[in-house]
Design a binder for this molecule. Structure first.
Ligand SMILES: C[S@@+](CC[C@H](N)C(=O)[O-])C[C@H]1O[C@@H](n2cnc3c(N)ncnc32)[C@H](O)[C@@H]1O
Length: 306
């Protein structure tokens, strides 16, 4: 599915399930075949001022609820990566130019949790992993987050899409809101090597041994958001390690939206949950279940330290 087809779905406030036969999702991820992908591009920070000349053009509203729309651009893969209608080119492009439906599931779940006082975003440090358009992170910004960092595999995605989307939604008028260039950050690179960049300036937490030191509790992100990031089985361990390293202990929470299974690439929410269960550090709660009439099921999960 591309763009805003899921915009009119409404989510009850607690565990929910609904069916929307109009929603379709042409999943273009193919099974990995051929030679191994090239090494990932180096991790780097992209500045707010580095907006690309290839940007989204006409803005389209994505309706969150009666009182809130988030605006997004549209950029095609041919203009940026020279590949036509592709969802994924392993090691080169990881799908960030397209708006995946999980990100809307995530925004709606966050909205429901905020309305029902299960989530406080105001003043929090937020990280969106695998952001693409960055709508969940932008939503957190609109709900008063103190800082929002956006990560994508591709610097080009941040420059062409995420930064323009952030500017149009969070920097509308100087008089509106309190966002400044220091309240947002943009980071490109592979999950396996971006931890230091994300945590630069803060004490890096190492929870790989499940051992918490005195420093814990003073660094890391309060809220980590991610949508449609768990499709590739191979990258799940590095994604899980990154989350554990970057999440504030003990109060941090992760909201993850994704499909139960991604056919052809082997990943899925359940594979990610299996990793978390084997590690034993975090507890998981199912917040939302979305059926779209096809055989696939989308879910939103919340993780927190036990
Ligand atoms: C399917 S797109 C989802 C984009 C967006 N969250 C959405 O739902 O519209 C997957 C995202 O995960 C990120 N990603 C995938 N594999 C990655 C990796 N190994 N390291 C870093 N980022 C990765 C890419 O940046 C890409 O934007």
């Amino acid at each position: 599915m591309e763009d805003t087809e899921a915009k009119n779905t409404t989510f009850p406030s607690s565990l929910f399930s609904f069916s929307n036969p109009n929603v379709s999702f042409g999943f273009g991820f193919g099974a990995a075949s051929g030679p191994p992908p090239p090494p990932p591009p180096p991790a780097l920070e992209v500045l707010l001022s580095e907006e690309s000349p290839v940007t989204g053009g006409n803005l389209e509203p994505v309706v969150v609820d009666d009182s809130l729309s988030i605006y997004k651009g549209r950029v095609n893969t041919c203009d940026v990566f020279g590949v036509k209608n592709s969802d994924l080119v392993p090691g080169k492009y990881e799908g960030g130019l397209k708006l995946w439906e999980g990100s809307l599931d995530l925004v709606k779940t966050l909205n429901a949790d905020i309305k029902d006082d299960r989530l406080l975003v105001e003043g929090k440090r937020v990280l969106e992993l695998g952001c693409g358009h960055g709508l969940p992170g932008i939503f957190a910004g609109l709900k008063g987050a103190g800082l929002v960092h956006f990560q994508d595999f591709n610097a080009e995605v941040l420059r062409c899409l995420t930064i323009p989307n952030v500017k149009v939604n969070l920097f509308k008028e100087p008089s509106q809101g309190t966002f400044t260039s220091s309240s947002v950050g943009f980071y490109a690179g592979d999950w396996s090597e971006i931890d230091n960049l994300l945590l630069s300036g803060a004490t890096v937490q190492d929870k790989s041994t499940n051992h918490h030191t005195e420093n814990d509790g003073h660094s890391g992100y309060d809220i980590i958001l991610m949508a449609e990031t768990v499709y590739a089985l191979d990258s799940l361990p590095s994604l899980y390690r990154l989350i554990k390293k970057c999440l504030h202990y003990p109060g941090g929470v992760v909201y993850m939206a994704g499909k139960k299974h991604y056919f052809g690439v082997g990943g899925g929410t359940r594979q990610f949950l299996r990793l978390a269960a084997e590690d034993g550090t975090m507890q998981s709660d199912l917040l939302a279940e979305v059926t779209d009439g096809s055989s696939n099921v989308r879910e939103v999960w919340k993780f927190s330290f036990k």
